[in-house]
Design a protein around this ligand. Structure first.
Ligand SMILES: [Zn+2]
Length: 227
C-alpha cells in the first residue's frame, strides 16, 4: 500500500498542482466522455494510457472478462451503467476491449473447477456462448492461440450481448451509436480492432502483427448495425 499512498501525495504535488485549472474545469462542468470503454479488471490494462486520453474522456466499466450480461439478466452494474452512459451522458461510441493473457478467458474456456468460487462461476456463465463457439469452431486449437481466439470471440459475444439492451439496440438502429471490438496485446503494446466487413481483427496502427497468430478469422453474429 505504501506505493499507492505515496502515489496519492505525488499526484497532488506534481500532477494536480501543475494542471489545477484543468481539474477545476472538469469539476465545474458536467462530464462529456468521448466513449464508454468496457474492459477486463486485469491490472495490466490502463485504458487512458493505451488510448492517450485524459480524465473526462472515458466512461469505464471493468469486470473479470469484459463481460456485458444480456438484457433480461438480473439488473446489475453493467446494464445500469450502459443505460446511464447512453441516455444521460449521450455517449455515442462504445469500445469492448479484451486483452492478451486474460486469466478469465482461461477459466472460461477450460471450465476450471470453480466450486469454491460460486460468484465467479455464476458471472462466467455470461460467457458460456464463447466457450461453446470455441468448441464448435476451433476444436483442435490449443495453447496461446486458443486463448487469443477465445478472447476475440468473447469480445464479439459481449458486443452482441450489449446490442440486446434496448437503449443500445435503439441507438444502433437509428445509426446514432457505434460499437467497436478491440483486442489489446499487453506484451506487444498493440491494439487490434474488429473489422466487420473482413471478419477479422486488425492492428489499429496498420502494422503487420508478426509476433502473434492474429488476426484469426471471426464472424460477427446477428448484429448488423455494429461497426
Ligand atoms: Zn482479463
Amino acid at each position: 500500500m505504501e506505493k499507492i499512498i505515496n502515489g496519492v501525495s505525488r499526484f497532488r504535488r506534481e500532477h494536480y498542482l501543475q494542471n489545477q485549472a484543468r481539474f477545476e474545469e472538469l469539476a465545474a462542468k458536467k462530464q462529456k466522455p468521448i466513449a464508454l470503454f468496457i474492459t477486463c479488471a486485469d491490472s495490466r490494462i490502463d485504458p487512458n494510457l493505451i488510448t492517450g486520453t485524459e480524465p473526462g474522456d472515458l466512461f469505464i466499466i471493468r469486470n473479470a472478462g469484459n463481460i456485458v450480461p444480456p438484457h433480461g439478466s438480473p439488473i446489475g452494474g453493467e446494464s445500469a451503467t450502459v443505460e446511464y452512459a447512453i441516455e444521460v451522458l449521450g455517449i455515442r461510441n462504445i469500445i469492448v476491449c479484451g486483452h492478451s493473457q486474460c486469466g478469465a478467458m482461461g477459466a472460461i474456456l477450460d471450465s476450471h473447477n470453480l466450486d469454491e468460487l460460486p460468484a465467479v462461476r455464476g458471472w462466467f456463465s455470461n460467457a458460456e456462448a464463447t466457450r461453446r463457439i470455441m468448441q464448435q469452431k476451433y476444436p483442435d486449437m490449443s495453447g496461446n492461440d486458443r486463448i487469443v481466439a477465445g478472447t476475440e470471440e468473447n469480445v464479439l459475444v459481449q458486443m452482441n450481448n450489449l446490442s440486446t439492451h434496448p437503449c443500445v439496440a435503439a441507438r444502433l438502429a437509428s445509426g446514432e451509436l457505434r460499437v467497436f471490438g478491440w483486442y489489446y496485446d499487453i506484451g506487444a503494446g498493440r491494439v487490434l480492432q474488429f473489422d466487420q466487413r473482413e471478419g477479422q481483427f486488425f492492428d489499429l496502427n496498420g502494422e503487420v502483427h508478426a509476433a502473434s497468430p492474429l488476426p484469426i478469422r471471426s464472424t460477427m453474429r446477428g448484429a448488423a448495425h455494429l461497426v
